[in-house]
Design a protein around this ligand. Structure first.
Ligand SMILES: NC(=O)c1ccc[n+]([C@@H]2O[C@H](COP(=O)([O-])OP(=O)(O)OC[C@H]3O[C@@H](n4cnc5c(N)ncnc54)[C@H](O)[C@@H]3O)[C@@H](O)[C@H]2O)c1
Length: 366
């Protein structure tokens, strides 16, 4: 193995602990420094990781040791932080969505191309064994020609558990922009890019009440749709039906099902790396689990960085993330305009991930 990728993290909130745990067991990645608008949060995040510097954002961007910036800020700050990293000549890997708007995301990709740096973007969950085993099954012809998929995500809303849930209810948030990246990245991985969408959307409440933490009981405004449904027409001709809701309680529908002419697959939660893939073939009495055949096994958030570290275009990549954001914005446009909307962008179906176990956890981290 060559030199590890020297990484700086910007944004040390709720999700950062998961990344820190993964990075600690990736020999290809070395965490050099972290930064947050709130330096206390940055300090607390790396308390269990000796040798990691806590810097201000400008100092981190100017740090010549750092090759790549992991951007774990809130969606409204994704583009601003990514553009700073790109201007400093660093690769950038961003939490989802790539930016709060397609316009901002386009600026990020254009700046990266001009600077000759790479852009990766969550979700990397779809590089795990769940989505990748399902993809392998489709590529092996186990369901015949794919004709359709369903994707269902129903929750009463993240304000029940997240201490600072404001960003979930402003542009860049909502069930579609928050959870859609998992589902649509998985659907594009399974069935290829989307050309047209038809959407409908609603919202139930103008305010939400924070359910935990120091701000418990505080009301926050809702300025986005909180139930979004629609149909995605894939370039292949397959049709995916999507339901994304922060307005309802629960569902027993599988997270994702893919139907082919000769079989149907139940695909595990695309917000997780693993889970059982179930196959029912024409004539079978019922579904049977498929053996794990592809993807990163034992993975955690941050495995998408491996491609950057090993010098490849990231499979959890900027072009895919931009297409997914474009699909989501087109779906909302369709809902508001009451007509089908063509999706302007496209992307290649991301390359598959061969079955690969991650190393055991190192000793230093939490
Ligand atoms: N919380 C989760 O379970 C979860 C899961 C998956 C993905 N994500 C994604 O991760 C991202 C962060 O979510 P979170 O829950 O950790 O949010 P959070 O609000 O807990 O943390 C975000 C952190 O970023 C910092 N920050 C904001 N703007 C900044 C800027 N311009 N410069 C430096 N620091 C800045 C904030 O001070 C805060 O500490 C979001 O894009 C979210 O969609 C979150």
């Amino acid at each position: 193995m060559g030199q590890p990728l020297n990484l700086g993290i910007v944004g040390c909130g709720a999700i950062s602990a998961q990344y820190l745990r993964t990075i600690d067991r990736l020999p290809q990645v070395r965490l050099v420094a972290v930064a947050d608008l709130d330096p206390e949060r940055a300090r607390a995040a790396v308390a269990a990781y000796p040798g990691v510097d806590v810097l201000g954002v400008p100092e981190l961007m100017a740090d010549a040791r750092i090759d790549a910036v992991l951007n774990l800020t809130i969606p409204a700050a994704h583009a601003e932080v990514a553009l700073l990293a790109i201007a400093a000549g660093k690769d950038v890997y961003c939490e989802k969505p790539l930016a709060a708007t397609g316009e901002d995301a386009r600026r990020v990709l254009e700046a990266a191309e001009a600077a000759g740096v790479r852009v990766g973007c969550a979700p990397d969950t779809v590089l795990g064994t769940g989505t990748q085993t399902a993809r392998q099954a489709i590529d092996d012809g186990l369901i015949g020609r794919p004709v359709a998929a369903t994707a269902t995500m129903v929750t009463p809303g993240h304000e029940r558990w997240h201490p600072n849930p404001d960003f979930y209810y402003v542009p860049g948030g909502g069930p579609l922009l928050d959870m859609g990246p998992y589902y649509i990245s998985s659907l594009v991985t399974l069935l290829g890019p989307v050309t047209t969408v038809i959407g409908a959307a609603s919202r139930t409440r103008a305010k939400r009440t924070i359910g935990s933490g120091p701000r418990q009981g505080e009301e926050i405004p809702v300025t986005v749709d909180t139930h979004v449904t629609g149909v995605l027409v894939h370039e292949s001709g397959a049709l995916s039906t999507l339901v994304m809701s922060f307005d309802a309680v629960a569902t027993k529908a599988p997270n994702i099902e893919v139907h082919g002419e000769r079989g149907s697959l139940v695909v595990p939660d695309p917000n997780h790396f693993d889970g059982e893939v179930m196959l029912t073939r024409l004539g079978d009495e019922g579904p049977r689990p498929l053996p794990v055949s592809a993807g990163y096994a034992g993975a955690g958030r941050g495995v998408g960085l491996i491609d950057l570290a090993e010098g490849r275009e990231p499979r959890a990549g900027g072009t895919l993330a931009f297409h997914v954001l474009d699909v989501m914005e087109s779906l909302l446009a369709s809902a508001h305009e009451g007509r089908a909307v063509d999706v302007e962008s496209t992307c290649e179906r991301p390359k598959p991930v061969a079955l690969d176990g991650l190393g055991a956890e190192r000793q230093s981290g939490g």
